[in-house]
Design a protein around this ligand. Sequence first.
Ligand code: ZN
Length: 440
Amino acid sequence: MTTERAEVKRQFGHRARLALTPAQARLMDGQAHAARTMWNCLHDWWTMLPKGKRSLAAADAAIRQARQEIDWLGVLPAQAGQAVLKTYVQAWRNCWEGRADAPNFKARLRTVMSVDIPQGRDLNIARVHRRWGMVNIPKVGRVRFRWTKDLPVGKLANRENRITGARLVKDGLGWHIAFRVQTLESKPEPHTGPEIGIDAGVNLPLALSDGNHQGHGRPARLPDGTADRDKWLNPDEKAKLLRLEQRAAHRKSFRKPKERSSNRLNRTYDQSKQLRAKATRRAVDWQHQTTTNLARTYGTVVVEQLNITNMVKSAKGTIEEPGTNVAQKSGLNRSISQEAWGRTVTMLTYKTGRCGGTLHKVPAPGTSLRCSACGLTTAGSREDQATFVCKNPDCGWFGNADWNAARNILHLYRIGLVAIPAAGRAVVRRARRAKPATAR
Ligand SMILES: [Zn+2]
């Protein structure tokens, strides 16, 4: 017997900010626009072609021909062009398997600008300073990036620990590089910490069943009761955003129909995009710190299974049957979207897995209306958004409504009502027709 612990392969992304010169940033923008146009041409070609003639090989040949004949497509590195095709085919696969809508054309202003670097060996990463690294970007050159994590590069790289590729993504604050990292780590010991139920509340960002609620000190609602859209911005930044929005609306009022936006208008849009990107970054930072602490403290984490897209969509209703109270509901939904519950769950899933814990999901209905002390649902117990008072004369439990829901969630897990098998530790995807080992 060996005393060595089992090792597990881990794949994760690491995002770093690039320090591009204005000329390099323009080159990157050009590549991203070329990648987007290639997607659009590919989509046009694919949907025009009879079904029998659509194939990967034919698409590949068409891309090669297009790159030779259209010179501005040539600014996109060949590998990145191949990656566009791969992503496009995957988008159809996601559609056929029911995970997403059919792929569509990508609009110039509504698309996240990105370029793929599918092969890690092209990157040639080196650390040049305590805080800076250097990376090769095809057709742009050597670029500095912020070094905030020790990456397996140079002498540290081997077959198991290496960078397998990267993706360049632009947000309001500029270009970033997201490395695809692969490492081999020793398997964590099973986490023996306590069980916890977590509810994504409207008043408490994360309500915990043991009362140790996680907040970020920024009220979710404004004094008049509406959801605070920009709670991650300081008062000064909020005022600036408002000013920018007013300025944009004013400039837009001079634009005639079908006319292009002026450079001044676009610059104002960019400035407000910058502020929003800053807010998102603060929210994500808080989520990372909070979920890391939770995964370290608790062995079993139980959350509600929510379908956020449906909740946000359902408030609006359809054209034939518009929803009622859309404004109030969408205010509530917006604050749910903003707390980005889906992202919190994703983070908790992989973080609990890394700490040896597990994450469980329980069916959502009724958790916010049922009393967590006596288990009865009584009319009028939800006195307002924040307080829950049980109307059962024998019980009378009262407390924060989100806390009540978190206690219910943990209770559902304890009585065995788990919606999806443990996603944290071992999610084994079986091939569709393969029989499980025990069935033989
Ligand atoms: Zn009760």
